[in-house]
Write a protein that binds this ligand. Structure first.
Ligand SMILES: *Cc1c(COP(=O)(O)O)cnc(C)c1O
Length: 377
């Protein structure tokens, strides 16, 4: 469905709209490298764990990857034994470990303590591996860099080389980038791990290369395909990737309505019936989401502001052919990942409705009410 048709057919505002066709076309691109390289694809559910989305993706992925007990329970329920379930997280509570190994097929321990905890369990169902920290940084913003100094994420290579583990480590995992648009970090990281781990590397049964790459948008995939093929040929192991944003990022819209127009210091400000709390990464990363109505050379400009008390609750300044007026509908695009899952009711503003778009037909999945807000408090 075109954005214009979508704006006409979705009857409520604000609303998230998740488009199945866009998700499946992202998956098709990922499926190409999956078939060429032989890697397996897990959907990292933390970016959008909506059960409708998990159901849509289920036939096209080899499983799910999760970061907590609740995500593991949800993924297990949807998978119903039909695929792999991988877990990695710094936050394993001792009282959850037994259930986690029953639910998950693979666990990448974030520390040697976790490794001892899981390997020491009496009944052990999951294949236990470790998350490595290759200490190779590719990001300038430390807040999103798993390889930052003093990182809590993964076991440093040197520590793992020196470690004597009770049982052989069955698999390795690393995840070191954020929305990367080429595979160079992956190739360099693999090279370092292979040389440094030597013997230990030859013993593993599986390797999880993480998410963080926009696998659907990377045109030159030859180096990736080659690396995975040679790893599989040389070491006879299963190779996994676990994209989140690459699968759902482009498939989500946030539909909103202008509810007030003001001017201050000579600029137009349009107040929306949504806020950055419905897409918190706008504030976290100080980025402006793509707006369908934006015209780079439009004669009119307006700052799009959210409806909460926070002065910095602003989506950004956009340009338009015509001046915005109250009642205008606007559509933020490519906000499928990390929006709904991080959304909150700050200031008591309701969460947006949620629609699923399938074969051009919208279905209302959720409509939150005062009772939901009341129940929370
Ligand atoms: C967040 C995360 C992912 C998914 O990341 P995307 O950027 O959404 O692809 C995959 N693996 C791990 C370990 C993660 O923390």
């Amino acid at each position: 469905m075109t954005p214009t048709a979508l704006k006409q057919q979705i009857p409520s505002s604000p609303a998230y709209v998740f488009d199945r066709d866009i998700m499946l076309s992202a998956l098709q691109k990922i499926d190409l490298i999956r078939r060429q390289s032989g890697c397996k694809v897990l959907y990292s559910i933390k970016s959008l764990p909506l059960t409708q989305v998990l159901q849509w993706l289920l036939p096209y992925v080899d499983g799910f990857s999760v970061s907590s007990l609740f995500e593991a329970r949800l993924a297990d329920e949807i998978l119903a034994g039909q695929g792999s379930l991988h877990l990695t997280t710094p936050g394993v509570r001792p009282d959850e470990a037994a259930e986690l190994t029953r639910l998950c097929s693979h666990i990448s321990c974030n520390s040697l303590n976790q490794y001892r905890l899981f390997s020491g369990l009496e009944t052990q169902c999951a294949a236990i591996g470790v998350r490595l920290n290759p200490a190779l940084s590719f990001l300038t913003d430390e807040r999103f860099d798993p390889c930052r100094p003093f990182s809590k994420l993964g076991i440093p290579l040197a520590e793992l080389e020196a470690a004597r583990t009770i049982a052989p480590i069955r698999g390795l995992h690393f995840h070191t980038v954020f929305s990367a648009l080429d595979f160079e970090p992956l190739i360099r990281t693999l090279a370092i791990i292979r040389t440094q781990l030597g013997e230990k590397f030859t013993q593993i049964e599986w390797l999880n290369l993480g998410g963080g790459y926009l696998y659907n948008q990377i045109a030159d995939t030859d180096a990736f395909v080659e690396s995975v093929r040679s790893l599989k040929a040389e070491f006879d192991l299963d190779v996994f990737i676990e994209p989140g944003k690459a699968i759902v990022g482009e498939a989500g819209y946030l539909l909103t309505t202008v509810i007030d127009c003001i001017t201050n210091d000579g600029k137009n400000i349009a107040v929306l019936d949504t806020s950055v709390n419905h897409h918190p990464e706008v504030f976290e990363y100080q980025m402006s989401p793509t707006l369908h109505e934006h015209r780079p050379n439009g004669r009119h400009s307006a700052i799009l502001a959210g409806s909460t008390c926070l002065a910095g609750d602003i989506f950004g300044e956009y340009r338009f052919d015509d001046p915005l007026k109250m009642g205008d509908k606007l559509l933020f695009k490519q906000v499928g990942a990390y929006s709904l899952v991080k959304a909150n009711r700050f200031n008591g503003y309701n969460l947006p409705d949620i629609y699923a778009l399938e074969a051009g037909r919208p279905t209302l999945l959720k409509n939150y009410r005062y009772q939901d807000y009341r129940g929370q408090w």
